[in-house]
Design a protein around this ligand. Structure first.
Ligand code: HEC
Length: 268
């Protein structure tokens, strides 16, 4: 028994289990194994500066994500679902033409697992979306999904979740419209709005109450910049967004969107 356990521990420490990535671009799900992905001719060694999940520079075997997205239209959305059910949304346009930002799918080799993300935590594998030159495409930290199990092509959140949309009558350059884009990029992975969305981690940001109804403007900004500066407890899950990710002007637009949506509550 002890020997058996020893073997298991040895296995657990030295070898990542074989993994499968499900990719569904609309014409049926494809299953891609670690082995098949690493055998592709377009696999490269890449160096990622300031890796968002590991907080330092990191090396990966990776393929350009674009290569898996043949025939996907630029106005589609990619939904990444992690092993634990966490979802991240990335507009396909950012992957197909990121204005210099490049999306790579990092693949954890079976014989050489990546480090743990923290004490007692698994690694970012088996599959992890990393970016080269993320700033060029304004790629946010929520757009680096790790432990990815599947990638699906979906319509945009605006089309799937109409109750999240600002009023059609708002002009195209209205701050609330830009705020909605920021909400989709940074908040939708954890928060629903008007009861719509796939997120399960954080509270709904409009019903029963919109945070702009009970938090003074400055408090709301404090919360988004560093949630622990407003309310502090050990199990808090919301990350802070610094001014590189959301500028002060972006925060203005996010507030404009939330205030606007406070006037468009879904009945419940
Ligand atoms: C990784 C998940 C995650 C992301 C991304 C995220 N939040 Fe949160 N948020 C949470 C969780 C979880 C809570 C509940 C408190 C906690 O555990 O930190 C929360 C709480 C909040 C609250 C307080 C609600 C209340 O009154 O208790 C507000 C407001 C909020 N988030 C706004 C935002 C905005 C705006 C964004 C995008 C800029 C955002 N969150 C992005 C997870 C997230």
């Amino acid at each position: 028994m002890r020997l058996f356990l020893g073997c298991l521990l040895f296995l657990a420490a030295g070898v990542a289990p074989a993994a499968t990535l499900v990719v569904d671009t609309g014409d049926g799900a494809r299953k891609l194994t670690t082995e098949a992905l690493l055998a592709r001719p377009d696999v490269r060694d890449i160096q990622v500066r300031g890796d968002v999940s590991y907080h330092h520079d990191a090396h990966y075997r990776a393929i350009p994500l674009k290569a898996l997205l043949d025939g996907v239209p630029a106005d589609a959305h990619l939904q990444f679902v992690a092993l634990d059910g966490f979802t991240a949304e990335v507009p396909a346009s950012l992957v197909l033409d990121g204005h210099g930002a490049e999306a790579w799918l990092a693949i954890e080799p079976e014989g050489a697992p990546w480090p743990a993300l923290g004490t007692g935590k698994p690694s970012a594998g088996p599959f992890y979306l990393v970016w080269l030159h993320p700033d060029a495409g304004h790629v946010g930290p929520e757009q680096w999904p790790y432990q990815v199990a599947s990638i699906r092509v979906l319509a945009s959140p605006a089309a799937r979740f109409p109750a999240m949309q600002p009023a059609a009558s708002l002009p195209a350059n209205a701050p609330a419209r830009h705020g909605f884009a920021l909400f989709q990029r940074n908040c939708i992975s954890c928060h629903t709005l008007n009861g719509q969305g796939d997120a399960k981690l954080g509270p709904d940001l409009n019903i029963p109450h919109n945070p702009t109804e009970y938090l003074r403007d400055a408090m709301f900004r404090t919360l988004v910049r560093n949630p622990q500066d407003l309310r502090h407890w050990p199990q808090a899950k919301m990350p802070g967004f610094d001014s590189k990710v959301l500028s002060d002007a972006d925060l203005d637009d996010l507030v404009a969107y939330l205030k606007h949506m406070a006037g468009r509550k879904a009945s419940h």
